[in-house]
Design a protein around this ligand. Structure first.
Ligand SMILES: C[S@@+](CC[C@H](N)C(=O)[O-])C[C@H]1O[C@@H](n2cnc3c(N)ncnc32)[C@H](O)[C@@H]1O
Length: 231
């Protein structure tokens, strides 16, 4: 698989109205291409201003299908299609307790907050302190204060708020970290890019009373997970 080509940094020129048009057009594109199906995820993507989670010099590219660099080491905001790509198979829904490993820009956290609604819980763990502060500021400015942000190795999860209905790992791992499987409730789902034979397979794991089921969904390209379960 090829790497991503990042567009050159440049001063922001787009207006709020232009971003809104781009956002609506992107959501239409995601529906037409089969990434986006659920009405709740659609409404969340229409609501959260992705441009507000992107560093100033890349802001105008907010709705391009490329990951963009963030402050910190090897951190990126994932491409727009990544969010329904992860959240649809998870079945992320109203009232879920959701754990994100890899906060990045905070955009995925904000989208999840909109999806789970006031009855749900959103926790995100970030290993890089610079990236964490960037995301914290973005989320505060955008009004998403009702999320738990933690600094640490997300491979260890966040047991304080477990069990979770849904867990998304947004960096590539060699194996799905066992603590995350432990912190998933029975009936819960976890999604993660897993390195296998040089490729990254987006893997959906379902935990139920009979055990763990795994399904490979597609090939993806993510930054490597750091920490104990890093690749
Ligand atoms: C692709 S980015 C996440 C994109 C993010 N979900 C967003 O919406 O912007 C992956 C993130 O995972 C973080 N990361 C890598 N290893 C980690 C670990 N062990 N624990 C927590 N965060 C980790 C990176 O620092 C990076 O910010």
């Amino acid at each position: 698989m090829r790497g991503w080509i990042i567009p050159p940094p440049k001063g922001p020129a787009k207006s709020r109205q232009e971003f809104e048009q781009k956002r609506t057009a992107k959501v239409g594109w995601l529906v037409r291409h089969g990434y986006l199906k659920s009405e709740r995820i659609k409404q969340a993507l229409l609501k959260v201003p992705r441009e507000d989670f992107i560093p100033r010099l890349y802001r105008d590219y907010a709705y391009l299908e490329v990951p963009l660099p963030l402050p910190g080491e090897h951190a990126t905001i994932s491409c727009p299609h990544s969010y329904p790509l992860f959240y649809e198979p998870l079945g992320l829904d109203q009232g879920h307790r959701f754990l994100e490993v890899g906060l990045g820009s905070g955009y995925g956290t904000a989208v999840a907050r909109e999806i789970v609604g006031p009855g749900g819980v959103v926790v995100s763990v970030e290993i890089d302190p610079v990236t964490l502060e960037f995301a914290r500021r973005n989320l505060q400015k955008a009004g998403y204060t009702d999320v738990v942000l933690a600094r640490g190795d997300g491979g260890l999860g966040y047991p304080e708020k477990s069990p979770y209905d849904s867990i998304a790992v947004t960096a590539a791992c060699i194996e799905i970290p066992p603590p995350l499987i432990e912190q998933l409730r029975l009936g819960g789902r976890l999604i993660a890019p897993v390195l296998e034979g040089g490729a990254q397979n987006l893997t959906l794991l379902e935990k139920d009373i009979t055990g763990i089921e795994r399904h490979i969904l597609c090939e993806v390209l993510y930054v490597s997970l750091r920490g104990i379960y890093g690749s």
